[in-house]
Design a protein around this ligand. Structure first.
Ligand SMILES: [Zn+2]
Length: 460
């Protein structure tokens, strides 16, 4: 569900920007290296490449159920294009003098795919992955001179107050970097952990998963070729990354330091989501039985119902619970009794009383909606639309057009036309959020028809 949240949110922004006339390159992908994957493949008794192929196919089928734009680009970190890009990136950073080799010992969380310092541990365990045994790594590896970029990172955060959204996450990064950065290991001995991209010029070492995976953002745009899409979208565009809060450090600090080290411009913005939890803020886990599969939800209630919940009921930046009860309540009140019912009522009056379809033209996004969505406050933007829905409901109750049209045909028809136009405005604003439903409503208006079946059937 956490993946679904990030996909749907990023998709909403991509769709919105396209509707606003921007040229958008929407990218996602899969991190397929690292110790966690190697271990899981071993546990399942599968060849590692077969394991990631299967995982990728399952992933694609899930993503389809999220209603993601057809023109999304997917990059797998086992793709040739990505591997070559990651190796070129390594060479560039190495040539610039930011990679060296040394012996070291560390505690490593395979859940995070990250070394942990004693101060980060809680009762000797990773706080994000309690119960998972930390691995002791003791070997000679390549290191990235992360420590060389503390001041540059702080200057970046100072100069761009919305570099990380929300501000609380930017402040978190400021204090993380202010405490001082330690150089990090960016490779593993192949004989100890062989599943990764080979380090250029050293056949005994493979790259650390994050050092390879983060470069996908520019590899997908054809880097190291510094022209075409890389130039259009990275150098001259506003490259914006969406991530969960456990990834903030990688996206907003490590990746930015790597970009400095390779003389590549920084990202434009990093948007950080909270976690989806079970009831009462409890982590979703198989053992607690509170895991919900987004594909199943989309299968039962529809893709748009899933998208709407993730946009409207999940806090834009803080942790939020997802339970079937909450989902059903929100579905029934917001969609079945709300938008669906409103559409049926208005279009019934339209079909009965109006001869020709009402033309909907010159539609644009309201400033309040735009301001919210430009600040990635998707929850606020969606609730702005639902305010319009309840106001329109109220207007019908107060003006009773179905009665008016009997006592004063002309006035009644005028009122119904007004209601249809307002429904059109609502449907237009829904386009980036629930595109299928938006289209259905606009089509009903264009054909002046009542929906044959309710847009959203009530679920008990
Ligand atoms: Zn962890």
């Amino acid at each position: 569900m956490g993946h679904a949240l990030e996909f749907v949110r990023a998709d909403i922004i991509a769709r919105y920007k396209k509707l606003e006339g921007y040229n958008v390159f929407f990218n996602s992908g899969t991190d397929e290296h690292g110790q966690k994957i190697l271990k899981k493949a071993e546990e399942d008794g599968k060849d590692t490449q077969n394991f990631v192929d299967d995982a990728y196919n399952y992933f694609l089928s899930q993503v389809k159920s999220f209603g993601i734009s057809d023109d999304v680009h997917f990059i797998r970190t086992t793709n040739e294009k990505h591997i070559l890009g990651a190796q070129e990136f390594w060479k560039k950073v190495s040539d610039n003098g930011y990679i060296y080799k040394k012996n070291y010992e560390t505690k490593y969380c395979t859940g995070c795919e990250e070394s942990k310092t004693e101060s980060e541990l809680v009762n000797g365990e990773c706080p994000i992955h309690p119960g998972r045994k930390l691995e002791i790594i003791n070997e000679e590896n390549y290191f990235f001179k992360y420590s060389a970029f503390g001041e540059k990172l702080l200057a970046l955060y100072e100069s761009r107050p919305d570099f990380v959204v929300p501000e609380s996450r930017l402040n978190e990064m400021k204090s993380f970097v202010s405490r001082g950065l330690n150089d990090i290991s960016i490779s593993r001995k192949k004989e100890k952990m062989g599943w990764g991209i080979p380090v250029p010029g050293d056949r005994d070492q493979v790259m650390y998963v994050w050092f390879d995976a983060l470069t996908n953002y520019i590899n997908t745009l054809g880097w190291p070729k510094e022209e075409g899409e890389f130039n259009d979208f990275w150098v001259n565009g506003t490259p914006t990354q969406y991530c969960g809060k456990d990834n903030t450090r990688f996206q907003a600090a490590l990746w930015q330091a790597m970009l400095f080290a390779a003389d590549v411009p920084n990202s434009h913005q990093i948007v950080v989501d909270g976690f989806i939890t079970g009831e009462g803020g409890i982590k979703m886990s198989k053992s607690l039985g509170n895991v919900i599969d987004p594909k199943e939800i989309a299968g039962e209630y529809g893709t748009d119902a899933l998208r709407l919940f993730l946009a409207k009921e999940v806090s834009s930046f803080e942790d939020s619970p997802f339970t079937v009860e909450r989902f059903k309540d929100s579905y029934n009140s917001g969609l079945a009794n709300g938008l669906g019912n409103l559409t049926s009522r208005i279009m019934k009056m339209a079909e009965t009383n109006i001869e020709n379809p009402v033309e909907i033209s010159n539609l644009g996004f309201d400033n309040e909606f735009k301001n919210a969505i430009d600040g990635f406050e998707i929850e606020k933007a969606t609730n702005f639309i639902w305010q319009k829905i309840s106001l329109l409901d109220k207007k019908i109750q107060e003006t009773e057009p179905f009665k008016l049209v009997k006592s004063d045909k002309e006035k009644g028809v005028e009122l119904i036309k007004e209601l249809i136009k307002e429904l059109g405005v609502i449907a237009f604003h829904l386009r980036p959020i629930i595109p299928e439903t938006s289209k259905k409503i606009l089509d009903l208006i264009a054909s002046n028809k009542t929906p044959g079946t309710p847009l959203f059937a009530r679920k008990d």
